[in-house]
Design a protein around this ligand. Structure first.
Ligand code: PMT
Length: 400
């Protein structure tokens, strides 16, 4: 294991709730302690069904529980530099969102002034349920930090989002939180990525060649700087970056609704998605039959998500992309002004090896004062550069 100097001397209250992933928590305790952190565990009744107090004590944690063992809630709440809940069940998230204080762990969470960090673990349908989505949004809005969940095969045999992040990922998240990176700590960023898909009938629809690579690289780079990142993604096979909350959508209207759920809380919006400007006016419930020689489809305008965000009463710092086949700079500047955004990243369509679907991109940054062209580079590198630009601008705009 790598050295984790940023964990040295940190006091971590680890809350364990009732999920199968609780069996991994002795490994988490071991990692945190070998990085120099002190760990006190609050073992809920549910958690105790999956891991024993003895196993946690054996790796060096003090253990408190609802039976009155260990420190009382106020002492734990004051002692903590952070409260980490891993695994956090859907029920725990609901109780946190409601402000419940009906056991030791929720009482500590309510009483502490330290940050609370949640590592969710649940069945994918429970994670995607609108009730859990709403609790997640409410907790994010209150500044609760999230690590994971990851995606993959679950204990119930299903596959999808809801796996608890691995102990190494949780430890790395805390290290980053307290380490040097973290210029965007505490800032909620919403990023759109990929193409939207506008259905014509149950079998067919209209989409474009965006792979999502640019938006996913940006989401990862923002998370690396400590931002809480919500990635609203069109259909893609890309995996969600670590520490990023991903919401999958299909159409532009779904993407808009997913973005505007954060209208009051996001402080940064990055529109990297290639959103369809139009959708078929009517979606046939049945597969269209090959009858006539020609087929005419009427399209209607989709909402412009970027423009709507930029026009909010209290807009976040807003970054848009512009993909153009010609007059890149002129069209992009028109978008900057027309949509009222803070920064436009213009990229060409149709140049070999860059842009749509490629691993590399070539961009021109345009704001109200200047235009700066960057050499082509991997999207991951461009994303890190863009995040540095965003940090500079946010600092410039910050009230002194
Ligand atoms: O996904 P990749 O394969 O990695 O490719 C990356 C990319 C080329 C798709 C990306 O870098 C990019 O340019 N994204 C924006 C593409 C686009 O649709 O540009 P536009 O000029 O049509 O839109 C301008 C801006 O308005 C974009 O920020 C777009 O997200 C936003 N928009 C557009 C239409 C709409 N209805 N709502 C929007 O929010």
């Amino acid at each position: 294991m790598q050295d984790m100097p940023s964990l040295q001397g940190r006091r971590v209250v680890l809350g364990i709730t009732g999920g199968i992933a609780a069996y991994k928590t002795p490994e988490l305790v071991r990692r945190l302690r070998s990085g120099g952190a002190e760990v006190r565990v609050v073992l809920s009744r549910g958690g105790a069904r999956f891991v024993t107090a003895e196993a946690l004590a054996a790796v060096g944690a003090d253990v408190a529980d609802d039976a009155g063992h260990g420190m009382p809630h106020i002492d734990l709440a004051r002692w903590a530099d952070i409260v980490v809940i891993a695994p956090a069940t859907a029920h725990l998230m609901a109780r946190l969102a409601a402000g419940a204080a009906d056991d030791l762990l929720t009482t500590v969470c309510l009483a502490t002034e330290a940050p609370v960090c949640v590592a969710p673990a649940m069945n994918r349908a429970m994670w995607q349920n609108p009730a859990t989505r709403a609790n997640h949004a409410a907790l994010l809005a209150r500044g609760v930090l999230f690590v994971g969940p990851g995606e993959g095969l679950q204990a119930c045999g299903e596959s999808g989002p809801g796996r608890m992040s691995e102990p190494a990922e949780i430890a790395a998240f805390l290290e980053r939180l307290w380490g040097e990176a973290g210029a965007l700590r505490g800032l909620l960023a919403v990023v759109t990525a990929g193409a939207t898909y506008e259905a014509l009938d149950p079998a067919r629809g209209f989409t474009n060649r965006s792979s999502g690579k640019m938006g996913y690289a940006l989401a990862a780079a923002l998370a690396d700087e400590g931002a809480s990142v919500v990635l609203v993604s069109g259909p893609t096979t890309l995996a969600a970056p670590p520490r990023v909350q991903r919401t999958m959508v299909i159409s532009a209207i779904e993407m808009r609704d997913a973005v505007l759920a954060y209208r009051d809380t996001m402080r940064l919006f990055v529109g990297a998605a290639a959103v369809a400007d139009y959708r078929p006016e009517a979606v046939s419930p049945r597969k269209l039959k090959k009858e006539a020689d020609t087929l005419t489809v009427t399209f209607v305008r989709n909402p412009d998500i970027l423009a709507e965000v930029a026009r909010l009463a209290h807009p976040p710092f807003t970054v848009g992309f512009a993909a153009e086949t010609e007059d890149l700079e002129a069209h992009a500047r028109a978008k900057l002004e027309g949509k009222g955004v803070d920064l436009i990243v213009a990229n060409p369509i149709g140049e070999a090896g860059v842009g749509f679907g490629e691993d590399r991109n070539r961009v021109i940054l345009i704001d109200k004062d200047r235009t700066v062209a960057w050499a082509d580079a991997p999207k991951t590198e461009i994303a890190r550069g863009l995040v540095r630009e965003i940090i500079t601008r946010l600092r410039r705009n910050a009230p002194s």
